[in-house]
Design a binder for this molecule. Structure first.
Ligand code: NAP
Length: 249
């Protein structure tokens, strides 16, 4: 991915990693459109950062995605980068019947939302110079966190989906690069870890990810250092130990 001169749509751009990426990429000389459900935050972002555009989008709602596609096609015909970052993460107890709704919400937002966004926006990207789909997954795609079983499963599925997407697009000569971003814990409000010493400060995460992107413009996976031992657990033969660590045993 080139570092400047892109037109980039970022889902989940109202807070945390998505907003952080939006601000850094805007500063670097890209046109950025942030998307999310919280209109008041979108209004604040566009008021505070002239040049950033905003779009109300609920990735759980196919009609909202279809409207967003039509809006962006008309307002930003140069769109060449889609960042699928929107996500939710909540604890889920598989023995509590209420957990089923939590599970379904994760599949709808994290997995189906990304898949629907990809189908909707790929026609706008194919054939563009320097086109990219960037999917934000997680270290938990590679070893699950048992307290968030369906969250972890959606991220494993998104890793798998990203691999197939990359190969199908290359096979079709579509000229769309697929990049997976693999964070470990980052201090955001995702699951209340904004003050956690065990999570990476957001600024450090952004600096490392954008550094990796600069170093490896054709890279498939951007794995930040704290995620590396989880990403490589299977290859290193340490999977059982890492899973036990995730379990707290
Ligand atoms: N922070 C971490 O430790 C960590 C680690 C690994 C992976 N990740 C991944 O990083 C991504 C960003 O998370 P974050 O940590 O930055 O958390 P965050 O601050 O809670 O951001 C989540 C974003 O997703 C958006 N979102 C949620 N549901 C949505 C929906 N139905 N439609 C559209 N947007 C929706 C939210 O915007 P609205 O509420 O305005 O819609 C918000 O902007 C997620 O995919 C997460 O799984 C985070």
């Amino acid at each position: 991915m080139k570092m400047t001169g892109n037109t980039i749509l970022i889902t989940g751009g109202t807070s945390g990693i998505g907003l952080g990426l939006a601000l850094r990429l805007h500063e670097a000389g890209n046109k950025v459109i942030v998307a999310g459900r919280r209109k008041e935050l979108l209004d604040e972002i566009t008021a505070e950062h002239p040049g950033i555009d905003a779009l109300v989008l609920d990735v759980a709602d196919p009609d909202s995605i279809a409207r967003a596609r039509e809006t962006v096609a008309a307002s930003h015909p140069g769109l060449n980068v889609l960042v699928n970052n929107a996500g939710i993460m909540l604890p889920e107890n598989l023995l509590d019947p209420a957990g089923l709704q939590v599970a379904e919400d994760h599949v709808t937002v994290n997995l189906l939302g990304t898949i629907r966004m990809t189908y909707a926006f790929l026609p706008l990207l194919v054939g563009k110079d320097d086109a990219v789909v960037m999917n934000v997954t997680s270290a938990l795609a590679f070893v699950p966190f048992p307290s968030t079983p369906t969250y972890s499963a959606t991220k494993a599925a998104l890793h798998s989906f990203s691999e197939s997407l990359r190969i199908q697009l290359a096979g079709a000569g579509a000229g769309v690069q697929v990049v997976e971003v693999v964070p470990a814990g980052v201090r955001t409000t995702l699951m209340g870890q904004q003050d956690s010493e065990q999570s990476m400060p957001l600024d450090d995460f952004l600096t490392e990810v954008l550094g990796l992107l600069r170093e490896k413009p054709d890279g498939k996976e951007l794995v930040v250092e704290p995620a590396r031992f989880i990403r490589d657990a299977v290859a290193n033969g340490s999977y059982d130990d890492v899973l036990a660590m995730m379990t707290g045993s």
